[in-house]
Design a binder for this molecule. Structure first.
Ligand SMILES: [Zn+2]
Length: 370
């Protein structure tokens, strides 16, 4: 009788062990851009390596080239990776000049740019811009192997630059400067006047005009939702890389009120070094992000990786900074305990062996939302 009980207990224990301990792993994405020498073979090697390191999906930028997107998406699927076709939205070259945004000085972005020459930004309020982007993402969504289209630079130029970047660009940006403040094209000025009665060109300090900030947030929201409707109509999904917040950064820096966007997944770029913050900040800002979408949409916390981490102290450019191996656990834990659906690496190609080792431990833990 006693023996029988022990056997029963042992069986029960085994059964419990099998059903309650499935392998738990944090969901992981990676952002990666295509290089000049990329081939199907290099894609295969990269994607299979990243899959083995725990990645579940790729946000991959192969430009506007539909064949290259299809090639990468196919290799992703062969490796069991979800494919998000990552394409920058508002920065475009070679468009009709009337589609480019106009800064507060009256300069068009195809002629004069803020910060860097590639900041040739479009006006989100032009019919031609909406059509061009909807068509571009629509064609990409038509590719069979593409699971999501992934919006990036879906925003205004940074009217305030992240603090960590001030020195790099020789700026102190504690106010909105006219050269980085968009868009003052005739249509934007006229539409804002119609909507609010305010002539923004006669306002002495437009940065103090709350309606003007809101008007531009709404234009981005409306553009995103227009694209999202088109993608959803094709039976595909849509995700986006966004600034952190949105209230603490994204809204006032780049006019992203992204909690109002009808998209399927958010990838906030929680790049702590850009904001002169430590790894603990990643969890704090993720908490705000999860709350902003009421926990109803997945938030994947974007982590910026420092490749040359042993030399980090000597690197001047903050875009060479990022998380070092010993910070990986805190960034992942903070994100997950804040309710993130997972994390996203910028970029998997930048992780060193030491990063992967720390990351592997961090993603194979069970986290509970605090
Ligand atoms: Zn405009």
């Amino acid at each position: 009788m006693k023996k029988g009980l022990i056997t029963l207990a042992a069986v029960t224990f085994l059964a419990t062990a099998c059903t309650t301990a499935p392998e738990s792993k944090v969901k992981v994405y990676g952002w990666q851009g295509e290089g000049e020498n990329t081939t199907e073979q290099t894609l295969q090697a990269d994607f299979s390596k990243w899959k083995s390191h725990g990645l579940d999906g790729m946000c991959y930028n192969a430009g506007h080239d539909l064949q290259k997107i299809q090639r990468a998406a196919k290799v992703a699927h062969e490796n069991g990776l979800e494919y998000h076709a990552w394409i920058p939205a508002m920065l475009q070259g070679g468009m009709d000049s009337t589609l480019y945004a106009v800064n507060r000085n009256g300069e068009r972005a195809n002629k004069v740019q803020a910060y860097v020459p590639y900041y040739t930004c479009l006006c989100p309020n032009q019919e031609g811009t909406v059509e061009f982007l909807t068509n571009l993402y629509g064609k990409v969504a038509d590719i069979h192997e593409v699971d999501y289209v992934h919006l990036d630079y879906i925003r205004y130029v940074d009217v305030i630059l992240a603090k960590g970047l001030w020195e790099k660009y020789g700026l102190v940006m504690n106010e909105e400067y006219p050269t980085a403040d968009y868009c003052y094209c005739d249509k934007c000025v006229a539409d804002f006047k119609t909507a609010t009665g305010i002539d923004i060109k006669s306002v002495e300090d437009p940065s103090q005009c709350k309606e003007w900030a809101q008007f531009r947030c709404d234009l981005i929201t409306s553009l995103v939702n227009h694209i999202a409707d088109a993608i959803h109509a094709k039976g595909k999904k849509i995700s986006a890389a966004v600034f952190p917040g949105p209230d603490s950064y994204a809204r006032w820096m780049v006019r992203q009120e992204w909690n109002k966007w009808n998209i399927d997944a958010f990838f906030p770029m929680n790049y702590n070094d850009f904001y002169l913050e430590d790894a603990a900040w990643v969890g704090k800002v993720t908490e705000e992000e999860v709350k902003a979408v009421n926990g109803e949409k997945p938030v994947f916390s974007g982590l910026f990786i420092c490749h040359d981490w042993k030399n980090k102290a000597n690197i001047k450019d903050p875009e060479g900074h990022g998380l070092i191996p010993s910070e990986m656990e805190e960034a992942v834990r903070g994100s997950m305990e804040a309710g993130a659906a997972g994390v996203a690496l910028f970029t998997p190609g930048n992780l060193t062996d030491e990063h992967w080792e720390a990351f592997d431990k961090a993603i194979h833990q069970t986290y509970t939302k605090k």
